[in-house]
Design a protein around this ligand. Structure first.
Ligand code: ZN
Length: 161
């Protein structure tokens, strides 16, 4: 997803200007370092922001605004009732989530119904749990339908973990 604030910023996918370029943990950490801050990861950037570092705060706010803008654009296209977001950035807390929601509300068109944006229950562990789920052997079901049961057609529920 292209977002205005990411214009010209390199993305890990090889393009530039994508949401990942401005709103991911590594991107915000990199931006903080470029602004003169010292941080090894997003938690350190968040700690700096909490401690009153304006550069850190601005970077986190720009990331939240970008995610909210992207989600608002998605809502304009699909009109979902609920969007659940995950990943390490969701650990930034309630103020960050409120800012994401505000940016989404500024982006959605008036025709869009009430949009809820919530964080996933697994938080930072979501990626690891998902990878473990995919790696877990499933006897007799090693094809893609075992990995993605939603695409396997009608189910009797016996393959539910
Ligand atoms: Zn990209």
């Amino acid at each position: 997803v292209i977002v205005a604030g990411a214009a010209g910023l390199p993305c890990p996918c090889g393009r530039d200007g994508h949401l990942e370029s401005i709103a991911s943990g590594p991107a915000m950490t990199r931006a903080y370092r470029l602004a003169g801050g010292s941080a090894d990861d997003l938690r350190a950037v968040a700690a700096a922001a909490t401690g009153g570092d304006g550069a850190a705060r601005g970077i986190l706010e720009a990331g939240a605004d970008a995610i909210g803008s992207a989600l608002g654009s998605v809502a304009n296209l699909l009109d979902p009732e609920l969007i659940v977001i995950g990943g390490g950035v969701t650990g930034l807390g309630a103020d960050w989530l409120d800012r994401v929601r505000s940016a989404a509300a500024r982006t959605t068109i008036p025709l869009i119904g009430a949009l809820r944006i919530e964080t996933g229950l697994l938080g930072r562990a979501a990626v690891a749990i998902g990878a473990a789920r995919l790696a877990r052997p499933i006897p007799g079901r090693l094809d893609s339908t075992a990995l993605f049961p939603a695409h396997a057609g009608p189910s009797n529920g016996s393959d539910t973990p």
